[in-house]
Ligand binder design. Structure first.
Ligand code: HEC
Length: 250
């Protein structure tokens, strides 16, 4: 008897239900092997006792409470509330390595080594002179520079450099009304480039106009035997890349 009263209430209820299902219980219970089943009458007495003592049952609420959500740590809660990565970020993140690659490429020097004076001068011409003298020197607002035009008018490259430095207004300010070997009358309109272009850029564009546009053999007043551009008689190494692109490069 003492042993039986120790059986928790929910087990008793279960055995009670089982017995009801088996039609009042009895001999068949023996095969079950359960302790409660082995002593059916005692169990029954215990059930009755439990039924007549509701206060005791209430005092031992062994039944499992309905599952409440477990309390969550604040940091877990914060992580759960946090917004997920927005959908538009997916292509952005995917493109990141490409962007990094392109960015790394821009950090490299534009090109290695020195620039060829003719190519450098061509860049200066295209950016600053072609609008008035034509892309290939055929002329426009300004006179043609191709086909020997500049070498005919400036046998000495130094005179051409001076003309380009000062321009029409600069010559007129000097009291001169003509320019070049042929004493071409100044009608105006040729800008002065001193201070706008660097001495290297002016020397290079003169070299280009003469050798590139007017077909002169490399003039030893403009390039030395190694092919280096001469500025005021001194060879200069032109930085590779830009070639005076944009008018103020180099
Ligand atoms: C705004 C238009 C304009 C631009 C830009 C210009 N020129 Fe001229 N250039 C002229 C005009 C106009 C003349 C004729 C000037 C005159 O009659 O006074 C001329 C004359 C010349 C001549 C003399 C040609 C000859 O044989 O009679 C040379 C050389 C020349 N320019 C070189 C250059 C170079 C180099 C650049 C670029 C750095 C340049 N020009 C940019 C308008 C321009």
């Amino acid at each position: 008897m003492r042993r039986v009263t120790e059986i928790p209430e929910h087990l008793l209820k279960r055995s009670q239900a089982r017995r009801a299902a088996m039609g009042g219980g009895g001999a068949g219970d023996a095969g079950d092997g359960g302790e409660a089943a082995a002593t059916p009458t005692e169990s029954g007495a215990a059930v009755e006792k439990a039924a007549t003592a509701p206060a005791a049952a209430a005092a031992t609420p062994t039944e499992v409470e309905p599952a409440k959500p477990e309390p969550v740590a604040p940091y877990v809660e914060a992580a759960q509330r946090r917004k997920r990565v927005p959908i538009w970020a997916v292509p952005v993140l995917a493109a990141l390595p490409i962007w990094a690659f392109v960015y790394a490429a821009t950090l490299e020097p534009p090109s290695l080594g020195e620039a060829d004076p003719l190519t450098f001068g061509e860049g200066v011409y295209a950016s600053n002179c072609a609008t008035c003298h034509g892309a290939t020197g055929g002329g426009g607002v300004g006179p043609a520079l191709s086909g020997g035009a500049v070498t005919d008018n400036f046998s000495d490259p130094a005179d051409q450099i001076e003309w380009i430095q000062l321009g029409s207004a600069g010559f007129q300010a000097d009291g001169r009304n003509t320019y070049g070997d042929n004493n071409t009358p100044i009608n105006g309109g040729m800008p002065g480039w001193e201070g706008v272009l660097t001495p290297e850029e002016i020397a290079a564009v003169v070299f280009y106009e003469r050798s590139g546009l007017s077909g002169e053999e490399p003039n030893e007043a403009l390039v030395n035997a190694e092919g280096l551009l001469l500025v005021d008689g001194e060879p200069v190494v032109l930085a590779g890349g830009g070639g005076g692109e944009g008018g103020h490069g180099g």
